[in-house]
Ligand binder design. Structure first.
Ligand SMILES: O=C(O)C1=C[C@@H](OP(=O)(O)O)[C@@H](O)[C@H](O)C1
Ligand SMILES: C=C(OP(=O)(O)O)C(=O)O
Length: 437
């Protein structure tokens, strides 16, 4: 499949958008709702394919879930209420589904096989199965440390774990396992990562504490979780594409409402401000523990930036976009400490470099990052872009194409449905669907 991408309208991008619900929070609302007692109602749920993979897997484990658009109702089965699945659980393309479910299933009374698509089946899973062993869990992986996996449910005991990878997915799997252990477990992160699991578990009644150092989390086992209402804020990682578009295209001014402003996710806003971007933020009243607010972005010329390992977790999924912005900034930018990008849906360092070079961008691949020479005008080398089956790369391509001086073509655009099925209609809303020539 192929999609034609238009360049930006001459007066830039304008308008007000409410982008879909946060992917990370939608996954967690389903999972935590499923192991709670009573009903959980989720509003503004993300109907992207990844979250639907979580929904389907939970249904295959005997959880009743009814979805009507972005309104979802989950009948919680309690902490150990999952049923033995009759067939392998299909994780689709979703790393979050796979890794979080490993923690959620480790203490259940069942054996579950997990399978994924060809991209997911290459991604590393030992980072979850190894630390889970400390709770007494048993997760079998392929010889390569990948899917397919079999989780053999066990009786779990408390553990203290020092993580060696900065990953919210691994942390969340360990927190879920700790819910099934007797006593209090401690998890120490390498760097602070997104804390949606901790925030939501507290709201559902669990005793989960984060120490002042921001990296030590203690979890009391066997809590009583009670179903509740979850209103999912808009996904800053989705809004980021249009935030970047407004920052890239002269004349633009766009507003995004009700976007997640959880400080573990707002790296893109800090980076854009550091680059000289014109960004203003108005926070919403905070009722749920998850912060949100309105973001307004106006075009402004950008300057180069340097990012290192400690900057990476709060901007992990936005780094391809940052590379694209850097390609338009004044000066040479450098991103390091981002080797995690190589084990996402694609090798996002290699693929970002490959795609941006098609616009004539001077960009160099490092083992753990990229060096990008910014320039005001790009020089398209080929009109044929490719998502490589990676939603975030496909969307980066579509935003970069706004700056090109000709129409571009995007192969494998369907991948975008993973996290943002309404991406192209939202893009049309702020470009006015305008054809220039
Ligand atoms: O916990 C989550 O919801 C996520 C964590 C991040 O992955 P890692 O934990 O592998 O960094 C991120 O890239 C992914 O899109 C979603
Ligand atoms: C890395 C991502 O997701 P996941 O790990 O859940 O596949 C992403 O959405 O960019």
């Amino acid at each position: 499949m192929m999609k034609i991408l238009q360049k930006a309208p001459k007066n830039g991008l304008h308008g007000n958008l409410t982008v879909p619900g946060d992917k990370s929070i939608s996954h967690r609302a389903l999972m935590i709702g499923a192991i709670s007692e009573g009903k959980t109602v989720i509003e503004h749920f993300l109907c992207g394919e990844d979250c639907l993979s979580t929904m389907k897997a939970l249904q295959d484990l005997g959880v009743k879930i009814v979805r009507n658009g972005s309104h979802v109702e989950v009948e919680g089965v309690g902490q150990t209420g999952f049923k033995q699945p009759e067939k392998p659980l299909d994780m689709g393309n979703s790393g979050t589904t796979t890794r979080l479910m490993m923690g959620l299933l480790a203490g259940q009374n069942l054996d579950a096989k997990m399978e994924g698509d060809s991209s997911l089946s290459k991604r590393p899973m030992k980072r979850v199965s190894e630390p889970l062993k400390k709770f007494g869990a048993k997760v079998e992986l392929s010889d390569q440390g990948t899917l397919p996996a079999v989780v053999h449910g066990k009786k779990l005991h408390e553990a203290t774990i020092k993580m060696d990878v900065a990953s919210a997915q691994v942390k969340s799997a360990l927190i879920f396992a700790a819910l099934y252990a007797d006593g209090t477990s401690t998890i120490v992160e390498k760097l602070p990562t997104r804390d949606h699991t901790e925030i939501m578990l507290r709201a559902f009644g669990a005793d989960v504490k984060t120490a002042e150092d921001g990296v030590t989390i203690s979890v009391s086992g066997k809590p009583r979780l009670k179903g509740r209402k979850v209103v999912v804020p808009s996904d800053i990682s989705s809004a980021a594409f249009f935030i970047a578009a407004a920052a890239l295209i002269p004349g633009s001014e766009t507003t995004f409402e009700n976007v997640s402003l959880n400080p573990t996710r707002t790296g893109i806003l800090h980076v854009l401000c550091k680059m000289g971007g014109n960004v203003s933020i108005v926070p919403d009243p905070n009722e749920s523990g998850e912060q949100s607010g309105t973001i307004r972005v106006k075009y402004a010329p950008l300057r180069a930036i340097e990012l290192a390992e400690e900057d990476v977790p709060s901007i992990i999924d936005e780094l391809p976009l940052v590379a694209m912005l850097a390609a338009s900034a004044d000066g040479t930018s450098k991103i390091t400490g981002a080797a995690e990008l190589r084990v996402k849906e694609t090798d996002r360092i290699a693929v970002t470099v490959q795609e941006l070079r098609k616009f004539g961008v001077e960009i160099e691949e490092l083992e753990d990052g990229m060096i990008i020479k910014g320039r005001e005008n790009w020089n398209v080398q080929t009109q044929k872009l490719d998502s490589h089956g990676d939603h975030r790369i496909g969307m980066m391509d579509a935003i970069a194409a706004l700056k090109a001086d000709c129409e571009m073509e995007l192969e494998n655009e369907a991948a975008i449905d993973i996290s943002y099925p309404t991406f192209f209609s939202d893009l049309e809303k702020i470009t006015g669907g305008v054809k220039n020539d």
